[in-house]
Design a protein around this ligand. Structure first.
Ligand SMILES: CC(C)(COP(=O)(O)OP(=O)(O)OC[C@H]1O[C@@H](n2cnc3c(N)ncnc32)[C@H](O)[C@@H]1OP(=O)(O)O)[C@@H](O)C(=O)NCCC(=O)NCCS
Length: 350
């Protein structure tokens, strides 16, 4: 274990140590803290995937320099901060996730972890820190502890996201089928293609183009954030890495028949060890091909495919910016319902 800091003052018995992937106790502690701290505030979340964690501590997602720091009090691991430093774009940013075990909160651990990660990032030119956390429940009542924590640390909410949930055990299957049937005639001249962990090689360039435009297309409120720089090679490595995590992705692309170009895609992802829950991730339609229901069609077809192969899946969760009215309209029509509101935090620490 590499000792990074011992904090004087309020918490003399608190030390912060970078996670060593060769230390099984530290890897175990990081898993337990991550899983338990999240479930304490979000009991309806799927549990974290241990198999993915074991691989991820050695193999972060391509494009991210990830450092995890554990906080020990009297030798006991009680909290962690994950610092993700993008390496191809957003070179002045660090994305921080601070997590403290519930029974050890309000004793300065979170603040100490945050300060440590800010200092670590600043030494690497990261003058802007970002974070993402739940702030209110579906009724708008405050939930979790991140809002007062973020306020105490000087972070501002720059963009509000809403998590929506589709419960497949009560979904209106007839309505979903009707939506797909009435949409298809509007998409004459387009066809769908599907893949899991290995997208067709010939589509990678178009996928990278769509991915790179994602942030510029989706609302980003007051966030200071560049679109990701994605190319075919980075994308190939992203999918290879996810496969190593054991993730089960379901993805549907839409091809414009006349040109053979990929112009839309929608992605669902399940973890290796949780069979009842899926995340609806990106859905994106090229601006020149909007108005043909390609977003709705790719989402519905993708969902159909996943359900056919994953009979135990019951819950699909998704995040959208509160102002993303087009995507929200599609989601609400499919039966997704708002659950809670999340803040995209950001602060300059220069
Ligand atoms: C948010 C979290 C990391 C805070 O950890 P912590 O160790 O309790 O934080 P600290 O004790 O260092 O709190 C620092 C300050 O934040 C504020 N704060 C933190 N939690 C608070 C709460 N529940 N209510 C009111 N203020 C709170 C206080 O001003 C506190 O200082 P004080 O205790 O001297 O008044 C922890 O609650 C957690 O893991 N939550 C779940 C994950 C999460 O939301 N992470 C934040 C992502 S940005």
């Amino acid at each position: 274990m590499r000792l990074c800091a011992t904090l004087a003052g309020m918490s003399q018995d608190l030390s912060i140590v970078e996670l060593d992937a060769d230390d099984p106790a530290a890897v175990d502690a990081a898993f337990t803290i991550g899983n338990e701290a999240i479930l304490a505030d979000l009991p309806d979340f799927p549990p974290s995937c241990r198999a993915e964690h074991e691989v991820r501590v050695r193999l972060p997602m391509p494009g991210t320099d990830r450092h995890t720091f554990l906080a020990y009090r009297d030798g006991l691991a009680v909290g962690l901060v994950q610092a993700d430093l993008p390496i191809f774009d957003n070179l002045n940013k660090s994305f921080l996730d601070v997590l403290v075990l519930k029974e050890h909160r309000r004793r300065g651990v979170g603040r100490a972890l945050f300060r440590h990660a800010v200092g670590f990032g600043l030494a690497r030119g990261r003058t802007s820190v970002m974070g993402f956390s739940v702030i209110t429940d579906a009724g708008g009542a405050p939930t979790g502890s991140s809002a007062p924590f973020a306020a105490a640390l000087g972070l501002d909410n720059k963009l509000l996201d809403v998590r929506r949930r589709l419960d497949l055990s009560t979904a209106d299957d007839a309505e979903l089928a009707r939506m797909l049937a009435t949409s298809r005639p509007k998409a004459a001249g387009y066809s769908t293609v599907q893949w899991g962990n290995t997208p067709p090689e010939e589509l990678l360039e178009d996928m990278a183009l769509l991915d790179s435009s994602f942030l510029d297309e989706a609302p980003k409120g007051d966030l200071d954030l560049e679109a990701e720089k994605v190319d075919a090679d980075r994308l190939r490595r992203v999918y290879e890495t996810r496969a190593r995590y054991g993730a089960r992705p379901y993805e549907t692309g839409v091809i414009h028949d006349a040109t053979g170009r990929l112009v839309a895609l929608s992605a669902l992802r399940m973890s290796k060890t949780v069979d009842w829950h899926a995340w609806q991730q990106i859905t994106l339609v090229h601006p020149a091909h909007r108005g043909h229901r390609l977003g709705l069609i790719s989402k519905l077809v993708n969902l159909q495919t996943m359900r056919a192969q994953e009979p135990a899946v019951r819950i699909v969760d998704t995040f959208n910016a509160e102002v993303n009215s087009h995507m929200i309209a599609i989601n609400e029509a499919m039966g997704f319902r708002a659950l809670d509101r999340w803040a995209n935090w950001q602060a300059s620490v220069a």
